[in-house]
Ligand binder design. Structure first.
Ligand code: HEC
Length: 130
């Protein structure tokens, strides 16, 4: 009987220690942990498209105006609600051909998203709707 109690004690210590070791990292001073899941992961096909056509501006190295609204370098730190909202905004801007902006299209004619790519983003955004 004692042996069982001892085993349970060991098991509990392991669980508690594990919880400490694997607890989410605290972001610089903020008490709110960065939750890696269950976020929206960008599918490969969309990630490729974003890298090609959006991240000149919407990334840490991009323009401050663009990344202030949508920064794909920080996508994983957005909460799910924000990711879904941004996915829908992406779909909307791309369907209207407002993004990427006209000037960028003129300068990068080979990287302009195709109609198929725009539809891919719309479908993806719709699939996230709760
Ligand atoms: C040449 C730079 C540039 C490129 C390339 C670009 N954007 Fe933008 N984008 C901006 C700027 C600047 C703004 C903010 C000003 C505005 O709303 O017009 C913006 C705003 C947006 C917004 C509105 C964000 C919000 O929440 O209101 C969305 C969505 C967006 N872009 C999506 C995209 C997507 C998707 C792509 C790629 C297919 C893209 N952009 C490519 C510069 C760019």
């Amino acid at each position: 009987m004692k042996k069982i109690a001892f085993s349970i004690l060991i098991l509990m210590s392991v669980i508690v220690a594990g919880a400490f070791i694997f607890s989410p990292k605290i972001a610089n001073g903020s008490k709110k942990p960065i939750v890696a899941s269950p976020g929206v992961t960008l599918p490969d096909s969309i990630q490729k498209l974003i890298q090609k056509a959006c991240m000149d501006c919407h990334a840490d190295e991009g323009s401050s105006m663009a990344r202030g609204k949508l920064n794909f370098s920080k996508w994983d730190t957005y909460d799910v609600d924000k990711q879904i909202k941004k996915a829908n905004a992406m779909s909307k801007e791309m369907t209207k051909n407002s993004m990427p902006p006209k000037k960028w299209r003129t300068n990068n004619p080979n990287d302009v998203p195709t109609q198929a790519e725009v539809e891919l983003v719309s479908k993806w955004a719709k699939s996230l709707q709760k």
